[in-house]
Design a protein around this ligand. Structure first.
Ligand SMILES: [Zn+2]
Length: 331
């Protein structure tokens, strides 16, 4: 059961067996730890990128003191070139200052250690830590030094090795106190989703997953191909499961499943669900289950194949249509 939520058996099978805790429910993170995890989840997301697994994470091992996150090998921007996931993570997560303008990525994040293919990320002034495990052969140290060079060339300041919170980061936090508070209030939710990241791969019918924070709301947009059943009830049941899920309840929803649409017309429809914590009122989760034309012509399936998506998953979320088979044959 747990593997549906964490993705462990495929990638972390040996460790899981050693620890033999595959039946232990997913522990909740402490406040500081939850904040770091939720920020990582929020920043790994920016629309337009494709991964073998939603958001580029194939599995998470949440039970140790510090969660270990397994990254996909690479990512691809729509219509663009392949990009190592390790470098993508560095760019999205490690803070740097554009003097006088703003701090990019996650203020306060520091590199605590590099050990082989593992990058230890810490939140300054706390004992929160997340271990990013890249594919074998990844040289974090070299990638970090290349990133540092390229930032300095552009007159930008890398901050991930600074011993204390820099004045750039303090100013950044002081300028947007409401945003900071809202993001801290959403930490339990972001961490809850982060620790169950595999649900988006194992239990969702979507071929595309996006997520972002909008004021005090966490939003997730899941695109399911038209012709594939939009099973939001199954996904929501697992997400809200009492033993394995996040303590969430559905507050309100707008379901369009019963509406009739004319046949043979590309359609786009959406069922929207609003969820809140079962017993306190900090933050809301909005999930948009969208039924979308799967853009066969744009080669989404080919892109997902090129970044290493499993065939069994692709056959479920993007079953080959006659049109796409013709396109494949004529290539
Ligand atoms: Zn519906």
């Amino acid at each position: 059961m747990r593997n549906l939520y964490t993705g462990e058996p495929h990638q972390l099978a040996l460790e899981a067996l050693r620890h033999a805790d595959n039946r232990i429910p997913i522990p909740q993170a402490s406040t500081q730890q939850a904040y770091l995890e939720s920020q990582i989840l929020a920043h790994l997301n920016s629309g337009g990128w494709w991964w073998a697994h939603p958001l580029g994470i194939s599995a998470i091992r949440p039970s140790d003191r510090w969660p270990v996150v397994l990254l996909d090998s690479h990512t691809e921007l729509s219509g663009g070139a392949a990009h190592p996931m390790s470098d993508f993570a560095i760019v999205q997560l490690l803070p740097y200052a554009e003097p006088g303008i703003q701090v990019h990525a996650i203020p306060g994040v520091r590199v605590a250690a590099t050990r082989g293919a593992d990058l230890h990320l810490a939140m300054i002034g706390t004992d929160a830590r997340v271990i990013l495990r890249a594919t074998k052969g990844t040289n974090w140290r070299q990638e970090l030094s290349e990133r540092r060079e390229s930032l300095l060339d552009g007159k930008l300041h890398p901050l991930w090795e600074e011993p204390g919170l820099t004045h750039y980061e303090r100013e950044h936090e002081a300028e947007a106190p409401l945003t900071m508070r809202a993001e801290r209030n959403l930490a339990w939710l972001g961490s809850g989703l982060f620790r169950r990241i595999a649900l988006f791969h194992t239990s969702s019918s979507a071929y595309s997953t996006r997520s972002w924070i909008q004021s005090d709301e966490w939003r997730i947009e899941l695109d399911t191909a038209t012709g594939v059943s939009l099973d939001h009830n199954g996904f929501l049941a697992r997400l809200c499961d009492r033993s394995w899920g996040i303590p969430l309840k559905i507050e309100r929803h707008n379901c369009t499943c019963h509406l009739q649409f004319p046949p043979n017309r590309p359609l786009s429809r959406q069922c929207t669900y609003y969820l809140a914590h079962t017993h306190d009122d900090s933050g809301e989760l909005q999930i948009r289950f969208r039924s979308e034309r799967a853009f066969e012509d744009d080669g989404v399936r080919a892109t997902l194949e090129s970044v290493g998506a499993e065939q069994s998953w692709l056959n479920r979320v993007l079953p080959a249509t006659e049109a796409s088979e013709d396109a494949e044959a004529s290539r």
